[in-house]
Design a protein around this ligand. Structure first.
Ligand code: C2E
Ligand code: MG
Ligand code: MG
Length: 603
């Protein structure tokens, strides 16, 4: 075998098995050798024992930027980045002299000045007498690989929308923090945040706006915490925070308050100023759990409680929350089943015009008879339906059922009666409500003027753009708006005027108070007068006693509703009342008529 052939074979077969490679001196005129050198994609650099570069290949030039001509005669110092100290080179030379080989990563500098990392394998070559004649370095530019690795790391551990750590990294960091806290006997606080009403923003303003808002929230959250704290996005509108090295609960609540304050400022997204709050649950190590999963679950439970408390607040976990949470979850699942089995029912309660004694409106009230738990009051399951979003399906069913039923009665008995349907704030904030109501009215052929929507005062307080717009559209259609349970909330006259309300329903608690003293009577009288001054209709609800009704008539109240007149009844029991729509005092004896709402009596 010729010397050239031996070299070729060695290079081809042992290229990846340094240090067995024997290179020797390359003959510059050897065109085959040159072709092979230039075909190799890794950089090659050969020096003599004085460390003068005697040969490089084309890949060397591609990576370093130096031509063969520029490199030959120089030493590898040409590529020195300045990132490695003397010891680094010393270790390298020691290994080379001892074993004839060194390999590792090294920072070098390209001709352009850019510093890059390469994987390099250096071997020494000896002649027959054992004397070192050359050093050969074969290197791979790691820049692309590093960039790729960084990219993979980013994708695996960071949320691509907000740039915050994702669930994976959050778990890693929490595990680390827990190990440290076990050692230091310190506390950790875990915050679980869920943005309030984010879904409404996403649904009404679009996902692009939602995404921008999430990024802005992430940015603000990170800014209001220390760099050592971890803020992560678990997904959707859920964020978590790890506060390590704290010593008491107060430290955690102080930070939670700070976060809530940060949320008070609007976010400018495009041309809009958006307000968004957050519900924040807190769990503490070691007080509420010692492992990652338990602590996060408990913070989540506390967050859920913060939502129930009216949102935009923080709540610290307590063990009793778990039981309530499970119960709530069970109710939600059962409600879902009941809906799919068409198991919900509507009952109707008449409202009479106090001048004529005749029924003008029927209020629909929802009833759920649970197979094991019996009748579950709407005040219990409607908030769950609201939080879980089931309210939309339920609401649609109520609109269709009630509108169809009322049209059937209007036609059967030739009555001009209206239907009053209770709606929740979440329904009002949904941009599709008006469309849905129009559909139900159209399908049933019910005129919009025959529909009343009952909303509570708290809904008026939510003067979000969506609510205002929906209420305006409802009014534009000719549907009436009623404030239910008036007097117990905090709505101002301003709110009432602004939303062009049609009716106020005075809350039952004021009607009950009519039996006690003149002061309470005066209050009811004042509310009725104020209602009239605002050109609204005054309705009293929850009337149970004849003398309450008497007082209300004296005060000029327009409409009345309550067990005294008629308890809510299923549609099948309404015929005797609606037939001729006889004035109620002729229909019933006051004493006989007082019936409790049997549909709500537990079995
Ligand atoms: P609300 O709209 O103020 O309804 C009046 C509540 O008072 C009803 O309770 C009714 O059964 C009860 N009631 C009527 N007259 C009397 C009376 O003379 N004495 C007493 N003690 N109670 C009387 P219900 O059906 O338990 O509903 C409670 C609340 O649940 C409703 O208050 C309403 O806010 C909500 N709700 C009921 N049905 C629906 C519904 O279909 N959709 C929505 N969004 N909410 C509903
Ligand atoms: Mg009502
Ligand atoms: Mg009410």
């Amino acid at each position: 075998m010729t010397r050239k052939q031996a070299w070729l074979t060695a290079l081809a077969t042992q290229f990846h098995r340094l240090p067995g490679l024997w290179l020797g001196k390359i003959d510059p005129d050897d065109s085959l050798a040159r072709q092979i050198l230039s075909a190799i994609t890794d950089g090659i650099l050969v020096t003599d024992t004085n460390l003068r570069i005697v040969e490089v290949n084309e890949a060397f030039t591609r990576v370093t930027g130096y031509t063969r001509h520029e490199a030959i005669g120089q030493t590898p110092r040409l590529l020195k980045s300045g990132r490695h100290g003397k010891e680094f080179y010393q270790r390298m030379w020691n290994a080379l002299l001892l074993t004839g080989r060194w390999q590792g990563t090294i920072w070098n500098r390209r001709k352009s000045g850019e510093i890059y990392q390469e994987w390099v394998c250096i071997s020494s070559f000896k002649d027959k007498t054992g004397q070192t004649t050359h050093f050969l370095a074969i290197f791979t530019d790691l820049s692309h690989q590093k960039a790729l690795q960084n990219q993979i790391h980013l994708l695996a551990y960071y949320d691509s929308l907000t740039g915050l750590p994702n669930r994976e990294l959050f778990n890693d960091r929490l595990d680390l923090a827990l190990t440290q806290a076990h050692r230091d006997k310190s506390k950790i606080a875990i915050f679980f945040l869920d943005l309030d009403r984010f879904k409404t923003i996403n649904d009404t303003l679009g996902h692009a706006t939602g995404d921008l808002l999430l990024s802005a929230v992430a940015h603000r959250l990170s800014n209001c915490l220390r760099e050592s704290d971890t803020v992560a996005r678990l997904g959707g509108d859920e964020f978590t925070v790890i506060l390590s090295g704290i010593h008491d609960q107060t430290q955690a609540t102080t930070v939670a308050d700070k976060i809530l304050t940060c949320f008070k400022q609007p976010y400018t997204i495009g041309k809009r100023d958006l307000f968004i709050g957050t519900s924040l649950g807190i769990s503490l190590f070691p007080d509420h759990g010692s492992d990652n999963e338990t602590l996060v679950r408990h913070a989540d439970t506390a967050m859920y409680r913060a939502k129930q408390r009216g949102m935009n607040c923080h709540v610290i976990y307590t063990p009793s929350m778990d039981i309530q949470y499970e119960q709530r979850l069970a109710i939600e699942n059962d409600l879902r089943d009941t809906i799919s089995e068409n198991g919900l029912k509507l009952v109707y309660q008449p409202q009479i015009d106090l001048k004529t004694g005749r029924i003008t409106t029927l209020e629909t009230l929802l009833r759920w008879t649970h197979p094991q738990k019996g009748n579950i009051p709407p005040s219990h399951f409607i908030p769950i339906a609201e939080e879980s979003g089931l309210i939309f399906e339920i609401g649609n069913w109520i609109f269709d059922t009630a509108c169809t039923q009322i049209v059937a009665w209007r036609e059967k008995y030739g009555l001009d009666i209206c239907v009053a349907i209770n709606i929740t704030s979440r329904q009002l904030r949904n941009g599709k409500l008006v469309e849905r109501i129009q559909e139900a009215l159209h399908k049933a052929r019910l005129p919009p003027a025959a529909l009343e929507l009952e909303i509570t005062e708290s809904v008026l307080m939510d003067d979000s753009r969506e609510t205002i717009k929906t209420l305006e559209n409802i009014k534009r259609l000719g549907i009436k708006i009623v404030i239910d349970d008036f007097g117990i909330g905090f709505s101002s006259l301003n709110h009432i005027k602004r939303f062009s309300i049609d009716k106020l329903k005075i809350d039952k608690s004021f009607i009950d108070d009519l039996n006690y003293g003149d002061g309470d009577k005066q209050l009811v009288k004042t509310i009725i007068n104020m209602t009239h001054d605002l050109s609204l209709v005054a309705t009293a609800e929850g009337i149970e006693k004849q003398d309450q009704l008497h007082e209300l008539e004296m005060f000029g109240c327009d409409m009345a509703q309550g067990f005294l007149i008629c308890a809510p009844r299923p549609a099948s029991d309404m015929d005797d009342l609606l037939l001729n729509n006889t004035p109620w005092h002729k229909h019933f004896d006051a004493g006989d008529s007082l019936s409790t709402d049997s549909s709500l009596t537990m079995d």
